[in-house]
Write a new protein. Structure first.
Ligand SMILES: *Cc1c(COP(=O)(O)O)cnc(C)c1O
Length: 486
C-alpha cells in the first residue's frame, strides 16, 4: 500500500505506528519525570489562543510527526499542570502513570464497556472493582451495585434520577429535595436537569463549621409536610469542596429513616478519605446512604475521567435505566450478566474500570491508604505552621486535606475590605508568578486562600516555599494600605 492507500484507510504502516507510539510514551514519561520542576500555571487569553490555534479545516494530510510536534509544543504547554505538587486549588488531579497507561490500553483496544455480550471481561472487571468499592464503603456487596461515570457530576445526576423514580414514581410535582448551602453546584445542576423547579429545592444554611444545620433541616421538612409537599431526598456532603467538611451523616441517616427520605451522599471530594483512620471516623454513617457518589479522578488518583455511583440495591439502577430497544434484543443475556447500559445513562461507554483495577493491583490498597493518610497529615502540618506564624489566620482548620486561611498580620488594624483586597491580591500575584495554583474562596463573607492537598508528591517544603512567597506579597499589599492617607 502506498501512503494514499494507508491514509484513506485511516491507517499507518506498522513501523510508523511503533515509532509514533514510542515517541508519545517518551513525552508522557518525560512529563511525569519533569513536571515537579515546571511552573504549574498557564494563563492565556482567547485572542492568544485564537491566533495560536485557529486554522482552516485540514482537507489534505499532514505528516503525523508534524501534527504531534505541534501538539506537544503548543497545546500541552498551554494547559495548567493540575498534577503539579504546587497545584493547590479546586480539586487537583494527581493522577498516576499506571492508570494513564491503562487508559491507553482501553482506548487502544477500543473496548466497548456497554454490554456483557460485547466485552464480558470488561463488564466483570467493572463488577469486581465495584464490589471492592462497596466493601470499602460498607455497602452490601450482594444487593449493592453501582456504575462508573465520567465524573462526580454525572454520578450525582444518575443518583437523583434513580432516587426520583424509586421515591416519586412518575409524579414528582410536589417532591422537595434538601441540601446545604455548601453542597456542590453539580447537585443543583442535576436537580435542574431532572426537571425540578426552583421552588422544589431547599438550600439549608450551614453552621459555623460549615455543616448542615440539623435543626433547620428538620424544621423545613416539617413545614413542607404541613404545606402538602412531598419531601423525598436529602443530599449530604461527605467532604465539601470548600472546606472538606462532612455533614453529620448518622443524624441525617436517622432523619431519612424517620421521614422515609432518600439519602444521597455526595462524597465526590471526601469519600476516598475512608481509607485513612481519621477519614473513616469523620465519614461514620456513610454506609447508611441509599446512594453515594465518589470521584476516583480526584482523591483515588485516577486520570480524567472517572466518577462512580454506588447504590444499596442494584435493582434501583436497572429499574430506572433499562430500556429495551429492538436492536439490543439478541444480546440481553441472563440476569447475572450485567449490561451497564441498563444501569446508567450512557449506552456506549469506555472501559473506565480498567485503570482503577490496574492501579489498585499494581500499587496495592495499602499504598492508597498511605497516600491519603499522608495528605490528611500534610494539611494538619500546614495548619500547625500557619498557627505559629504572626501573619496568618486559620479560617477553616485542616479537614480531609483542605485548609482555608488568610493573611492577617498581628498588630495591624485592618478592615474586612482591606483584608479581602490583600488576600485577593496575594492570590493574583502568586498565580501571575506561575509558581503555584493558589486561588481564593469565600467563607462567611471573607475572601480566603484555600489549599486542597491531595497530591502525594506535595511536600511540606513545597508548602513552606509557597507561603514564604505569599508573605512577601502580603507585606507589599500591607505597605500599600498603611501608606494610604487616612
Ligand atoms: C468535584 C465535585 C463534584 C463534581 O465532580 P466532577 O467530577 O467534577 O463532575 C461533585 N461534588 C463534589 C463534592 C465535588 O468536590
Amino acid at each position: 500500500m502506498n501512503k494514499d492507500d494507508f491514509n484513506s484507510k485511516l491507517s499507518l504502516p506498522k513501523e510508523e505506528m511503533q515509532r509514533y507510539g514510542y515517541k508519545i510514551i517518551d513525552h508522557i514519561v518525560d512529563h511525569f519525570e519533569t513536571q515537579n520542576s515546571k511552573k504549574p500555571v498557564t494563563i492565556a487569553s482567547r485572542e492568544e489562543m485564537d491566533s495560536l490555534l485557529t486554522e482552516d479545516l485540514p482537507d489534505h494530510p499532514t505528516p503525523a510527526n508534524e501534527v504531534l510536534d505541534f501538539i506537544m509544543d503548543q497545546v500541552i504547554p498551554n494547559s495548567s499542570i493540575v498534577s503539579h505538587p504546587k497545584s493547590y486549588s479546586f480539586v487537583p488531579g494527581p493522577s498516576n502513570y499506571i492508570s494513564a497507561m491503562a487508559d491507553t490500553i482501553a482506548t487502544g483496544f477500543n473496548i466497548f464497556s456497554g454490554g456483557w455480550a460485547a466485552s464480558p471481561a470488561a463488564a466483570e472487571l467493572e463488577i469486581v472493582v465495584m464490589n471492592w468499592l462497596l466493601k470499602i464503603f460498607g455497602f452490601p456487596t450482594k444487593m449493592g451495585g453501582g456504575i462508573f461515570t465520567s465524573g462526580g457530576s454525572m454520578a450525582n445526576l444518575t443518583a437523583l434520577v434513580t432516587a426520583r423514580r424509586v421515591k416519586c414514581g412518575e409524579d414528582f410535582s410536589k417532591a422537595i429535595i434538601y441540601l446545604s448551602d455548601q453542597a456542590h453546584s453539580s447537585n443543583i445542576k442535576a436537580i435542574k436537569v431532572i426537571g425540578f423547579k426552583k421552588e422544589q429545592i431547599r438550600l439549608i444554611p450551614t453552621d459555623l463549621e460549615f455543616k448542615v444545620s440539623l435543626n433547620k433541616l428538620k424544621n423545613v421538612i416539617a413545614k413542607d409536610r404541613l404545606e402538602g409537599f412531598q419531601p423525598f431526598c436529602i443530599i449530604a456532603s461527605a467532604g465539601t469542596t470548600n472546606t472538606g467538611t462532612v455533614d453529620p451523616l448518622d443524624e441525617i441517616a436517622d432523619i431519612c429513616q424517620e421521614e422515609n427520605l432518600w439519602m444521597h451522599v455526595d462524597g465526590a471530594y471526601g469519600g476516598a478519605a475512608i481509607l485513612a483512620n481519621k477519614g473513616k471516623k469523620l465519614l461514620k454513617g456513610i454506609e447508611r446512604a441509599d446512594s453515594l457518589t465518589v470521584d476516583p479522578h480526584k482523591w483515588f488518583f485516577q486520570p480524567y475521567e472517572m466518577g462512580c455511583l454506588l447504590v444499596k440495591d442494584h435493582n434501583w439502577l436497572s429499574g430506572t435505566f433499562s430500556e429495551k430497544p429492538e436492536y439490543l434484543r439478541d444480546i440481553e443475556g441472563n440476569e447475572s450478566e450485567i449490561n451497564f447500559y441498563d444501569h446508567g445513562i450512557q449506552l456506549t461507554r469506555r472501559f473506565r474500570a480498567l485503570k482503577f483495577y490496574m492501579s489498585l493491583k499494581t500499587f496495592g490498597l495499602e499504598s492508597f491508604r498511605k497516600a491519603i493518610q499522608y495528605n490528611i497529615d500534610l494539611a494538619e502540618q500546614t495548619e500547625a505552621l500557619l498557627r505559629k506564624s504572626t501573619y496568618w489566620e486559620i479560617t477553616s482548620p485542616a479537614t480531609l486535606a483542605i485548609i482555608n486561611f488568610r493573611y492577617h498580620p498581628i498588630g495591624h488594624q485592618l478592615s474586612e475590605e482591606e483584608l479581602d483586597r490583600i488576600n485577593q491580591n496575594i492570590s493574583k500575584k502568586i498565580v501571575d508568578s506561575r509558581e503555584a495554583i493558589l486561588v481564593t474562596t469565600v467563607l462567611q463573607g471573607q475572601i480566603v486562600l484555600r489549599m486542597c492537598l491531595i497530591n502525594p508528591r506535595t511536600t511540606i517544603d513545597d508548602i513552606k516555599s509557597t507561603l514564604q512567597q505569599c508573605e512577601i506579597y502580603g507585606k507589599e499589599e500591607l505597605a500599600l494600605i498603611t501608606k494610604e492617607p487616612c
